[in-house]
Design a protein around this ligand. Structure first.
Ligand SMILES: Nc1nc2c(ncn2[C@@H]2O[C@H](COP(=O)(O)OP(=O)(O)OP(=O)(O)O)[C@@H](O)[C@H]2O)c(=O)[nH]1
Ligand SMILES: [Mg+2]
Length: 499
C-alpha cells in the first residue's frame, strides 16, 4: 500500500472526487470555483503517493540525542516497525548523534546529503524522519534530498487513518491530520510548483494556499463540532452506566490489551501483532462472580513521541480512561524497551488527566520472558507489578482477585436484619452483596455483608419497616487493605519513580 497523506474517508483523494473542497471533505455550500486552466494536479496527494500499487521504498533517518540512546534496542527499530505497518519497504536506516537539532534541517546538512546518496543507491523515493520536523525543516530536507519527506508524527497519523473504523475514530484522525497539515500547506504547494517547474504558478499557488487554509480551517471547525457532540453523547452514556465499577486497559501499543480483554471477558476481539490494531473503544462485562461485576474497556494504545494532535482529538475516545475506577496498565514485559514504554504511557496518562486514577501495573507476555536479568530488573524497578500472560492465562486468577479487592474497597460493611417473610430482600442481598456471615432463626435472618453504597438504597426500599440495615463502616479499612490483599492493593497507584 502506498503511504497516502489523506487516507480518511472524507478526504481520501482516491474516491473519485474532483474538486479540492470535496477532497477536503467539504461537501456543501461551496462558492469557490477555480479559474479554468489553473486546476492543480492531484492536490489531495501532493507528494504523488496516489495511484501506486507497489510498496514504497523508504530510507529511515533520525537524530539521536544523548538522553535518547538506548542500550537495549538499535535506534530506529520502532520507526521501522511503524513504517512497515504503514506499508513501506525499509531500504536503509541512518542515524546521526547530535547534541541538539540543526535549526534548518534538524539533522546536519551534511547528513542530509548522506541520506540523499543512500536513497539514490537504494532507489528509495521516500524519506522518513524519526523526529518531529517543523514545516520548514521538512521543506529544507526535501529540497536538498530531492525526495518526499515525512516525519514520525505523519507516519503515525497515516497508520491511524488506515486503521480507524468507527465514525468517532475517523473523525478524530481526520481532525488530527488536518491540524497537522494546516501549517504545512505552503510546503505542499511549493512542492507542487517545483514538480511543475514553478513558472507562472506562484501567483495562483499563493492564492490557493489561502483558499486551502480557509477550507481546512472550516473543516477543522466542523470536525471539532462533531467530536464535541460525540463527547457529550459519551458523557451521557458514561453517566447512564451509573456507578458500575469500571476498569480500563491502558498501555503501549501491542502490549496485549485486547488479548487480555478477550481472556478476561471470554471475547474474540481482533488482536494482532501489529502497532495500533485497536483504535476504537470496546467495553465488555467483566464477571468476577457475584456480586463482583464490572465493565472492562479496551482502547487505543500509546507510543513514544505520540503526535499531540492525536491525543487532543482522541480525548473523547479516552473518556473511559479518565473516568475509570481502576486502570490496568498492560506492559509487554518481554520487550527490551519495556521500561521506556511504561514511562511513555505514564506521560500520556498525565496529558489526558488520568494520572491520578488508581492503577495496577501488569507485566504481560511473561511466557516469552527468557531473559531472567531483564525480568529481575523490571521487578526491582516496579516492585508492585503483577506478572501475567494474557495468552496462556498465567497470573489471571491473581489479577481477578486484585480487581475484586479494588471493588471491595468501594463497598460498605453492613448488618442487615430481615424477617423470614422478606424472601425477595434476602435474595437481593445474595445477588448484590458479598455475604460475610449469616444467621437464620424462626424470627428471620441477620446477614453481615459487603455491599456497594448504590445497592443500599434499593435494599432499604425493599425492606421498608420490616427490617433494619446498619452500616458498620468501610468494607476494607484502608490501613488493613495491604494485609488482606495478596498481592498488592489494587487501589494504590503504582510507583512512577524508581523504587
Ligand atoms: N506470547 C504472548 N503473546 C501475547 C500475549 N498477549 C498478547 N500477545 C500477542 O501480542 C500481540 C499484540 O496483542 P494485542 O492484544 O493486539 O495488543 P494491544 O495492546 O491490544 O495492541 P494495539 O491494539 O495495537 O495497541 C498479539 O499478536 C498477541 O497475540 C502474551 O501474554 N503472550
Ligand atoms: Mg488492541
Amino acid at each position: 500500500m502506498p503511504l497516502r497523506r489523506f487516507r480518511n474517508r472524507n478526504v481520501d483523494p482516491n474516491r473519485g472526487r474532483t474538486s479540492r473542497e470535496e477532497r477536503l471533505g467539504i461537501e456543501h455550500g461551496r462558492r469557490y470555483r477555480r479559474p479554468p486552466g489553473t486546476e492543480p494536479e492531484r492536490i489531495g496527494d501532493p507528494f504523488g503517493r496516489e495511484g501506486r500499487s507497489h510498496r514504497e521504498r523508504a530510507v529511515l533517518f533520525g537524530a539521536v540525542f544523548p538522553e535518547e540512546q538506548s542500550p537495549h534496542e538499535a535506534p530506529l527499530t520502532e520507526l521501522e516497525r511503524l513504517a512497515e505497518t504503514a506499508g513501506a519497504l525499509v531500504a536503509s536506516k541512518l542515524t546521526q548523534r547530535r547534541e541538539q537539532p540543526h535549526s534548518s534541517t534538524f539533522v546536519g546538512p551534511g547528513f542530509v546529503e548522506t541520506v540523499r546518496e543512500c536513497a539514490e543507491r537504494t532507489a528509495a523515493d521516500l524519506l522518513i524522519a524519526d523526529n518531529e520536523l517543523s514545516p520548514s525543516q521538512a521543506f529544507n530536507i526535501e529540497k536538498r534530498a530531492g525526495r518526499r519527506v515525512i516525519d514520525r508524527a505523519e507516519l503515525i497519523l497515516d497508520i491511524f487513518a488506515a486503521h480507524a473504523r468507527s465514525r468517532e475514530a475517523k473523525t478524530a484522525v481526520e481532525l488530527a491530520q488536518l491540524e497537522y497539515a494546516l501549517p504545512r500547506l505552503k510546503r505542499l504547494w511549493t512542492h507542487l510548483e517545483r514538480q511543475r517547474g514553478g513558472i507562472g504558478l506562484r501567483g495562483p499557488g499563493e492564492a490557493q494556499i489561502e483558499t486551502d487554509r480557509r477550507l481546512v480551517k472550516k473543516r477543522i471547525a466542523e470536525l471539532r463540532r462533531v467530536l464535541k457532540q460525540i463527547q457529550e453523547r459519551k458523557q451521557r452514556e458514561l453517566k447512564a452506566r451509573g456507578e458500575i465499577f469500571t476498569v480500563a486497559l491502558v498501555g503501549y501499543t501491542n502490549a496485549g490489551k485486547s488479548t487480555l480483554l478477550n481472556a478476561l471477558c471470554g471475547l474474540e476481539q481482533k488482536t494482532a501483532d501489529q502497532l495500533f490494531a485497536t483504535l476504537d473503544t470496546k467495553t465488555a462485562l467483566l464477571d468476577l462472580g457475584r456480586p463482583f461485576r464490572a465493565l472492562l474497556t479496551d482502547t487505543v494504545g500509546f507510543i513514544q513521541k505520540i503526535p499531540h494532535h492525536l491525543i487532543a482529538s482522541f480525548h473523547a475516545t479516552l473518556a473511559e480512561v479518565k473516568e475509570a475506577d481502576l486502570l490496568l496498565h498492560v506492559v509487554d514485559a518481554s520487550h527490551p524497551e519495556a521500561e521506556r514504554h511504561i514511562e511513555a504511557v505514564l506521560e500520556v496518562l498525565q496529558q489526558i488527566g488520568a494520572a491520578e486514577r488508581p492503577r495496577l501495573l501488569l507485566f504481560n507476555k511473561v511466557d516469552l520472558l527468557a531473559d531472567a536479568m531483564h525480568l529481575a530488573h523490571l521487578r526491582r524497578r516496579f516492585p508492585g507489578a503483577l506478572e501475567i500472560s494474557a495468552r496462556t492465562g498465567a497470573g489471571l486468577e491473581i489479577l481477578r482477585e486484585c480487581v475484586i479487592a479494588a471493588m471491595r474497597a468501594r463497598m460498605q460493611r453492613v448488618r442487615v436484619e430481615l424477617p423470614v417473610a422478606a424472601g425477595a430482600a434476602i435474595a437481593y442481598v445474595h445477588q448484590h452483596a458479598e455475604v460475610i456471615e449469616e444467621h437464620y432463626d424462626e424470627r428471620g435472618a441477620v446477614i453481615e455483608a459487603r455491599i456497594e453504597p448504590r445497592d443500599l438504597g434499593p435494599l432499604e426500599g425493599m425492606l421498608g419497616e420490616s427490617g433494619r440495615i446498619e452500616v458498620l463502616g468501610p468494607a476494607v479499612p484502608p490501613a488493613l487493605a495491604p494485609g488482606e490483599l495478596a498481592p498488592p492493593p489494587a487501589t494504590a497507584a503504582m510507583p512512577t519513580t524508581p523504587a
